[in-house]
Design a protein around this ligand. Sequence first.
Ligand code: SF4
Ligand code: SF4
Length: 334
Amino acid sequence: MSEVAFIPADRIEALPRALKAFGLERFRGEDLPVKLHMGERGNRWYVSPRIVKSICDELSRAGARPFLFDTLPCYEGGRDTKEKYLETAIMNGFGGLGYPIVIGNDGVNVEAGGHSFEVAEELYRSKSAVGVSHAKGHVITALGATIKNFGMGGLSNRSKGYIHDGGKPVVDRGRCDLCGTCEALCPSEGAHGERALRVRGDWSIDYGACLGCGRCVRGCPRGALSYRAGDFNLLLALGAKACLMGKEGLYVNVALKITKYCDCAVNALPIICEDVGILISNDPVAIDAASADLMEGKMGRSFAEIFGVDARAHLRFAEGLGLGSLDYELIEMG
Ligand code: SF4
Ligand code: SF4
Protein backbone atom coordinates (compact mmCIF):
# COMPACT_ATOMS: atom_id res chain seq x y z
CA MET A 1 0.00 0.00 0.00
CA SER A 2 1.36 3.42 -0.93
CA GLU A 3 1.10 6.65 1.01
CA VAL A 4 -0.67 9.62 -0.54
CA ALA A 5 -0.61 12.97 1.25
CA PHE A 6 -3.69 15.14 0.83
CA ILE A 7 -3.86 18.88 1.42
CA PRO A 8 -7.47 20.14 1.23
CA ALA A 9 -8.18 23.12 -1.04
CA ASP A 10 -8.62 25.57 1.84
CA ARG A 11 -5.18 24.73 3.27
CA ILE A 12 -2.88 24.71 0.24
CA GLU A 13 -0.40 26.98 2.01
CA ALA A 14 0.67 23.72 3.73
CA LEU A 15 2.16 22.48 0.43
CA PRO A 16 5.83 23.32 1.19
CA ARG A 17 5.65 21.60 4.58
CA ALA A 18 3.93 18.55 3.09
CA LEU A 19 6.56 18.27 0.35
CA LYS A 20 9.36 18.21 2.94
CA ALA A 21 7.87 14.98 4.32
CA PHE A 22 8.74 13.28 1.00
CA GLY A 23 12.52 13.41 1.49
CA LEU A 24 13.43 15.89 -1.23
CA GLU A 25 17.13 15.55 -0.34
CA ARG A 26 17.17 12.42 -2.52
CA PHE A 27 17.20 14.79 -5.53
CA ARG A 28 20.20 16.81 -4.28
CA GLY A 29 22.67 17.76 -7.02
CA GLU A 30 20.40 16.65 -9.87
CA ASP A 31 19.14 18.58 -12.88
CA LEU A 32 15.54 17.64 -12.28
CA PRO A 33 12.76 17.71 -14.89
CA VAL A 34 9.49 18.91 -13.39
CA LYS A 35 7.07 17.52 -15.95
CA LEU A 36 3.97 19.63 -16.33
CA HIS A 37 1.54 20.99 -18.89
CA MET A 38 1.93 24.74 -19.24
CA GLY A 39 -1.47 25.20 -20.88
CA GLU A 40 -2.67 25.53 -24.46
CA ARG A 41 -2.94 29.08 -25.75
CA GLY A 42 -6.31 30.40 -24.56
CA ASN A 43 -6.71 27.72 -21.86
CA ARG A 44 -6.94 29.20 -18.36
CA TRP A 45 -7.33 26.12 -16.21
CA TYR A 46 -3.82 24.61 -16.13
CA VAL A 47 -1.88 24.31 -12.84
CA SER A 48 -1.14 27.75 -11.46
CA PRO A 49 2.48 28.95 -11.92
CA ARG A 50 2.38 29.99 -8.25
CA ILE A 51 1.91 26.37 -7.18
CA VAL A 52 4.60 25.19 -9.60
CA LYS A 53 7.01 27.79 -8.20
CA SER A 54 6.29 26.69 -4.67
CA ILE A 55 7.18 23.08 -5.58
CA CYS A 56 10.33 24.11 -7.43
CA ASP A 57 11.38 26.33 -4.51
CA GLU A 58 11.24 23.36 -2.15
CA LEU A 59 13.20 21.16 -4.56
CA SER A 60 15.74 23.91 -4.95
CA ARG A 61 16.08 24.37 -1.17
CA ALA A 62 16.77 20.63 -0.93
CA GLY A 63 19.71 21.02 -3.34
CA ALA A 64 18.14 19.99 -6.67
CA ARG A 65 18.19 22.06 -9.86
CA PRO A 66 14.59 21.84 -11.10
CA PHE A 67 13.55 22.94 -14.57
CA LEU A 68 10.06 23.18 -16.05
CA PHE A 69 9.64 20.53 -18.68
CA ASP A 70 7.11 19.56 -21.31
CA THR A 71 7.02 18.18 -24.85
CA LEU A 72 5.34 19.10 -28.12
CA PRO A 73 1.77 17.95 -28.78
CA CYS A 74 0.78 15.91 -31.83
CA TYR A 75 -1.71 18.48 -33.12
CA GLU A 76 -1.53 22.01 -34.44
CA GLY A 77 -2.03 24.91 -32.06
CA GLY A 78 -0.16 27.34 -29.85
CA ARG A 79 2.46 24.78 -28.79
CA ASP A 80 3.31 22.82 -31.93
CA THR A 81 6.91 24.06 -32.18
CA LYS A 82 9.41 24.61 -29.37
CA GLU A 83 9.41 28.34 -30.10
CA LYS A 84 5.61 28.60 -29.99
CA TYR A 85 5.35 26.52 -26.83
CA LEU A 86 7.95 28.68 -25.09
CA GLU A 87 6.01 31.77 -26.10
CA THR A 88 2.76 30.23 -24.82
CA ALA A 89 4.39 29.16 -21.55
CA ILE A 90 5.59 32.70 -20.96
CA MET A 91 2.15 34.11 -21.86
CA ASN A 92 0.66 31.67 -19.35
CA GLY A 93 2.87 32.95 -16.52
CA PHE A 94 5.68 30.41 -16.35
CA GLY A 95 8.39 32.80 -17.55
CA GLY A 96 9.13 34.72 -14.39
CA LEU A 97 9.42 31.89 -11.90
CA GLY A 98 13.22 31.73 -11.81
CA TYR A 99 13.42 28.24 -13.30
CA PRO A 100 14.40 27.34 -16.89
CA ILE A 101 11.66 26.23 -19.25
CA VAL A 102 12.73 23.31 -21.44
CA ILE A 103 10.52 22.02 -24.25
CA GLY A 104 11.60 18.62 -25.50
CA ASN A 105 10.59 16.46 -28.38
CA ASP A 106 13.50 14.40 -29.68
CA GLY A 107 13.26 11.04 -28.04
CA VAL A 108 15.15 7.87 -27.23
CA ASN A 109 13.43 4.63 -28.24
CA VAL A 110 12.30 2.56 -25.28
CA GLU A 111 10.54 -0.79 -25.70
CA ALA A 112 7.59 -1.57 -23.46
CA GLY A 113 5.13 -4.41 -23.88
CA GLY A 114 6.11 -5.02 -27.51
CA HIS A 115 5.67 -1.36 -28.46
CA SER A 116 8.35 1.23 -29.05
CA PHE A 117 8.03 4.71 -27.52
CA GLU A 118 10.25 7.76 -27.98
CA VAL A 119 10.82 9.08 -24.46
CA ALA A 120 11.84 12.74 -24.50
CA GLU A 121 15.59 12.81 -24.16
CA GLU A 122 15.65 15.15 -21.13
CA LEU A 123 13.40 12.76 -19.26
CA TYR A 124 15.18 9.64 -20.48
CA ARG A 125 18.60 10.92 -19.32
CA SER A 126 17.44 12.06 -15.87
CA LYS A 127 17.83 9.76 -12.89
CA SER A 128 14.64 11.11 -11.34
CA ALA A 129 11.43 12.77 -12.39
CA VAL A 130 8.92 15.04 -10.70
CA GLY A 131 5.39 15.23 -12.08
CA VAL A 132 3.08 18.16 -11.45
CA SER A 133 -0.25 17.17 -12.96
CA HIS A 134 -3.61 18.83 -13.22
CA ALA A 135 -6.22 16.30 -12.02
CA LYS A 136 -9.31 16.71 -14.22
CA GLY A 137 -11.49 14.96 -16.76
CA HIS A 138 -10.44 13.65 -20.13
CA VAL A 139 -12.51 12.74 -23.18
CA ILE A 140 -10.73 9.40 -23.76
CA THR A 141 -9.57 8.19 -20.36
CA ALA A 142 -12.19 10.05 -18.26
CA LEU A 143 -9.40 10.98 -15.82
CA GLY A 144 -6.26 12.87 -16.73
CA ALA A 145 -3.54 13.15 -14.08
CA THR A 146 -0.05 11.70 -13.43
CA ILE A 147 -0.15 8.59 -15.66
CA LYS A 148 -1.48 10.71 -18.51
CA ASN A 149 1.07 13.47 -17.84
CA PHE A 150 3.92 10.98 -18.42
CA GLY A 151 2.32 8.26 -20.59
CA MET A 152 1.42 10.80 -23.24
CA GLY A 153 3.20 13.97 -22.13
CA GLY A 154 6.65 12.44 -21.63
CA LEU A 155 6.85 11.21 -25.22
CA SER A 156 7.74 12.77 -28.56
CA ASN A 157 4.91 14.04 -30.74
CA ARG A 158 5.45 11.00 -33.02
CA SER A 159 4.84 8.62 -30.13
CA LYS A 160 1.81 10.63 -29.03
CA GLY A 161 0.46 10.16 -32.54
CA TYR A 162 1.23 6.44 -32.32
CA ILE A 163 -0.88 6.10 -29.16
CA HIS A 164 -3.80 8.06 -30.59
CA ASP A 165 -3.68 6.15 -33.89
CA GLY A 166 -3.13 2.82 -32.17
CA GLY A 167 -6.48 3.03 -30.40
CA LYS A 168 -8.45 3.50 -33.63
CA PRO A 169 -10.69 0.66 -34.82
CA VAL A 170 -10.36 -1.75 -37.71
CA VAL A 171 -13.49 -3.65 -38.78
CA ASP A 172 -13.88 -7.30 -39.69
CA ARG A 173 -16.72 -6.97 -42.20
CA GLY A 174 -17.44 -10.69 -42.02
CA ARG A 175 -18.53 -10.27 -38.37
CA CYS A 176 -20.21 -6.86 -38.55
CA ASP A 177 -24.01 -6.99 -38.84
CA LEU A 178 -24.35 -3.17 -39.08
CA CYS A 179 -26.21 -2.97 -35.77
CA GLY A 180 -25.03 0.64 -35.22
CA THR A 181 -23.97 0.21 -31.57
CA CYS A 182 -20.48 1.51 -32.30
CA GLU A 183 -21.78 4.70 -33.93
CA ALA A 184 -24.03 5.39 -30.96
CA LEU A 185 -21.03 5.05 -28.59
CA CYS A 186 -18.68 7.26 -30.61
CA PRO A 187 -17.99 10.64 -28.91
CA SER A 188 -16.17 12.28 -31.82
CA GLU A 189 -17.38 14.82 -34.31
CA GLY A 190 -16.23 14.92 -37.91
CA ALA A 191 -15.65 18.00 -40.03
CA HIS A 192 -19.36 18.27 -40.83
CA GLY A 193 -20.65 17.57 -37.34
CA GLU A 194 -21.38 13.88 -37.79
CA ARG A 195 -19.52 11.20 -35.84
CA ALA A 196 -16.20 9.79 -37.07
CA LEU A 197 -17.86 6.42 -37.29
CA ARG A 198 -20.93 5.90 -39.48
CA VAL A 199 -23.09 2.85 -39.97
CA ARG A 200 -25.52 3.64 -42.82
CA GLY A 201 -25.84 0.62 -45.06
CA ASP A 202 -22.11 0.14 -44.63
CA TRP A 203 -19.50 0.65 -41.89
CA SER A 204 -17.24 3.64 -42.54
CA ILE A 205 -14.86 5.78 -40.53
CA ASP A 206 -13.18 9.15 -40.84
CA TYR A 207 -9.84 8.32 -39.21
CA GLY A 208 -8.95 12.01 -39.09
CA ALA A 209 -11.89 12.70 -36.77
CA CYS A 210 -11.48 9.50 -34.70
CA LEU A 211 -10.02 10.09 -31.22
CA GLY A 212 -8.76 6.54 -30.78
CA CYS A 213 -10.79 6.19 -27.59
CA GLY A 214 -11.76 2.55 -28.18
CA ARG A 215 -15.37 2.88 -26.99
CA CYS A 216 -16.54 1.30 -30.26
CA VAL A 217 -14.11 -1.64 -29.99
CA ARG A 218 -15.09 -2.39 -26.40
CA GLY A 219 -18.79 -1.94 -27.13
CA CYS A 220 -19.21 -4.00 -30.30
CA PRO A 221 -21.47 -6.95 -29.38
CA ARG A 222 -20.10 -9.11 -32.22
CA GLY A 223 -16.38 -8.63 -31.62
CA ALA A 224 -16.10 -7.19 -35.12
CA LEU A 225 -13.73 -4.38 -34.17
CA SER A 226 -10.10 -4.51 -33.14
CA TYR A 227 -7.44 -1.90 -32.43
CA ARG A 228 -4.87 -0.82 -34.97
CA ALA A 229 -2.14 -1.24 -32.32
CA GLY A 230 -3.77 -1.51 -28.88
CA ASP A 231 -6.19 -0.12 -26.32
CA PHE A 232 -5.42 3.58 -25.70
CA ASN A 233 -5.45 2.92 -21.94
CA LEU A 234 -2.85 0.17 -22.30
CA LEU A 235 -0.65 2.19 -24.65
CA LEU A 236 -0.83 5.13 -22.23
CA ALA A 237 0.25 2.94 -19.32
CA LEU A 238 3.06 1.48 -21.42
CA GLY A 239 4.16 5.00 -22.38
CA ALA A 240 4.28 5.91 -18.68
CA LYS A 241 6.30 2.78 -17.97
CA ALA A 242 8.76 3.71 -20.74
CA CYS A 243 9.19 7.13 -19.07
CA LEU A 244 9.29 6.17 -15.40
CA MET A 245 10.52 2.64 -14.80
CA GLY A 246 13.72 2.63 -12.75
CA LYS A 247 13.47 6.32 -11.88
CA GLU A 248 13.17 7.96 -8.51
CA GLY A 249 9.88 9.83 -8.64
CA LEU A 250 7.80 12.42 -6.85
CA TYR A 251 4.28 13.17 -8.04
CA VAL A 252 1.98 16.07 -7.24
CA ASN A 253 -1.64 16.16 -8.46
CA VAL A 254 -3.39 19.49 -8.33
CA ALA A 255 -7.15 18.90 -8.09
CA LEU A 256 -8.18 22.54 -8.42
CA LYS A 257 -10.12 24.17 -11.29
CA ILE A 258 -11.31 20.67 -12.21
CA THR A 259 -12.43 20.92 -15.81
CA LYS A 260 -14.22 18.33 -17.92
CA TYR A 261 -11.56 18.45 -20.60
CA CYS A 262 -7.77 18.52 -20.58
CA ASP A 263 -5.26 21.37 -20.61
CA CYS A 264 -4.69 20.78 -24.36
CA ALA A 265 -8.18 22.13 -25.05
CA VAL A 266 -8.57 25.86 -25.68
CA ASN A 267 -11.89 25.62 -23.88
CA ALA A 268 -11.68 22.89 -21.25
CA LEU A 269 -14.96 23.88 -19.54
CA PRO A 270 -17.26 23.10 -17.85
CA ILE A 271 -15.93 22.81 -14.32
CA ILE A 272 -17.20 19.40 -13.22
CA CYS A 273 -16.10 19.40 -9.59
CA GLU A 274 -15.50 21.88 -6.79
CA ASP A 275 -11.86 22.33 -5.79
CA VAL A 276 -10.55 19.29 -3.91
CA GLY A 277 -6.93 20.10 -3.04
CA ILE A 278 -3.39 18.90 -3.72
CA LEU A 279 -2.07 15.34 -3.45
CA ILE A 280 1.54 14.15 -3.18
CA SER A 281 2.97 10.65 -3.47
CA ASN A 282 5.98 8.67 -4.60
CA ASP A 283 3.57 6.30 -6.38
CA PRO A 284 2.17 7.50 -9.74
CA VAL A 285 -0.71 5.01 -9.70
CA ALA A 286 -1.77 5.52 -6.09
CA ILE A 287 -1.89 9.30 -6.47
CA ASP A 288 -4.20 9.03 -9.49
CA ALA A 289 -6.43 6.49 -7.75
CA ALA A 290 -6.68 8.73 -4.69
CA SER A 291 -7.37 11.79 -6.86
CA ALA A 292 -10.18 9.98 -8.70
CA ASP A 293 -11.73 8.80 -5.43
CA LEU A 294 -11.60 12.27 -3.84
CA MET A 295 -13.02 14.00 -6.90
CA GLU A 296 -15.81 11.46 -7.26
CA GLY A 297 -16.60 11.87 -3.55
CA LYS A 298 -16.86 15.63 -4.02
CA MET A 299 -18.92 15.37 -7.23
CA GLY A 300 -21.26 12.74 -5.83
CA ARG A 301 -21.00 10.86 -9.12
CA SER A 302 -18.36 8.88 -10.95
CA PHE A 303 -16.22 9.83 -13.93
CA ALA A 304 -17.81 6.85 -15.67
CA GLU A 305 -21.22 8.52 -15.34
CA ILE A 306 -19.86 11.68 -16.97
CA PHE A 307 -17.80 10.12 -19.76
CA GLY A 308 -19.24 6.63 -20.19
CA VAL A 309 -15.81 5.04 -19.76
CA ASP A 310 -13.88 3.58 -16.85
CA ALA A 311 -11.56 6.24 -15.40
CA ARG A 312 -9.37 3.60 -13.76
CA ALA A 313 -8.74 1.42 -16.84
CA HIS A 314 -5.36 3.00 -17.55
CA LEU A 315 -4.48 2.88 -13.84
CA ARG A 316 -5.16 -0.86 -13.70
CA PHE A 317 -2.91 -1.39 -16.71
CA ALA A 318 -0.24 0.75 -15.03
CA GLU A 319 -0.51 -1.27 -11.83
CA GLY A 320 -0.24 -4.50 -13.84
CA LEU A 321 2.95 -3.18 -15.42
CA GLY A 322 4.52 -2.64 -11.99
CA LEU A 323 4.32 1.16 -11.98
CA GLY A 324 2.56 1.38 -8.64
CA SER A 325 -0.42 0.33 -6.60
CA LEU A 326 -4.12 1.16 -6.66
CA ASP A 327 -4.18 0.58 -2.90
CA TYR A 328 -3.23 3.63 -0.91
CA GLU A 329 -3.34 5.17 2.51
CA LEU A 330 -4.54 8.78 2.46
CA ILE A 331 -2.80 11.04 4.97
CA GLU A 332 -4.52 14.38 5.40
CA MET A 333 -2.13 17.26 6.00
CA GLY A 334 -2.45 20.96 6.58
S1 SF4 B 1 -21.09 -2.44 -33.17
FE1 SF4 B 1 -19.91 -4.02 -34.23
S2 SF4 B 1 -21.44 -5.21 -35.34
FE2 SF4 B 1 -22.43 -3.30 -34.74
S3 SF4 B 1 -22.12 -1.93 -36.52
FE3 SF4 B 1 -20.43 -1.58 -35.12
S4 SF4 B 1 -18.80 -2.95 -35.83
FE4 SF4 B 1 -20.69 -3.64 -36.75
S1 SF4 C 1 -12.19 4.96 -31.37
FE1 SF4 C 1 -13.63 6.35 -30.33
S2 SF4 C 1 -13.65 8.17 -31.62
FE2 SF4 C 1 -12.78 6.53 -32.87
S3 SF4 C 1 -14.49 5.66 -33.98
FE3 SF4 C 1 -14.25 4.44 -32.10
S4 SF4 C 1 -15.65 5.41 -30.61
FE4 SF4 C 1 -15.36 6.87 -32.31
